[in-house]
Ligand binder design. Sequence first.
Ligand SMILES: CC(C)(COP(=O)(O)OP(=O)(O)OC[C@H]1O[C@@H](n2cnc3c(N)ncnc32)[C@H](O)[C@@H]1OP(=O)(O)O)[C@@H](O)C(=O)NCCC(=O)NCCS
Length: 141
Amino acid sequence: MIREATSQDAVAIRRLMESVPGYWQPQWCDDTLAHAIRAADGLAFVWCEDAAIYGFACGHDLGFRAYLSELVVAAHLRRRGIAKQLLEHLESKLILRGRTVFQFIAAVWRDAVPLYESLGWAPPDVVLLRRRLTASRPNSG
Ligand SMILES: CC(C)(COP(=O)(O)OP(=O)(O)OC[C@H]1O[C@@H](n2cnc3c(N)ncnc32)[C@H](O)[C@@H]1OP(=O)(O)O)[C@@H](O)C(=O)NCCC(=O)NCCS
């Protein structure tokens, strides 16, 4: 069953993300998740069975375009269409908001590319770059 995520789900979602090797980033904390869910503004969803969380999809609608920021499904429940349903649910919510001619963007792990391709995603005509931000040192002068 899909339901909207709340910041109270942060601990369970973190456990799910930590169960995937390399997925949880050391600089993140519970507050990172709570912030992401709040900022998703109704576009963060969990897959639940018996009140336990086994899937998480988080989108952010920024007006010009929307971003898929996280997608993860517990290893023992994969290949049952859960990620597909989570993505389709998120897309339907974007369409309900009037985002019908719209770019939905994701930075995708290589292993997950077949999932996206099976749902009609394709590489955009742009290059994804990143810059790591670090706090600047106090001015010693
Ligand atoms: C990627 C991930 C979210 C897919 O979740 P899932 O629930 O297993 O995906 P679905 O069952 O909805 O897959 C739907 C379709 O996508 C394709 N697909 C999904 N995973 C695939 C894989 N590992 N290899 C090839 N095709 C795959 C298939 O066409 C599948 O349909 P089928 O099972 O009927 O053949 C899951 O494997 C996961 O959490 N991986 C670790 C974290 C990760 O990579 N997240 C994505 C970050 S961008």
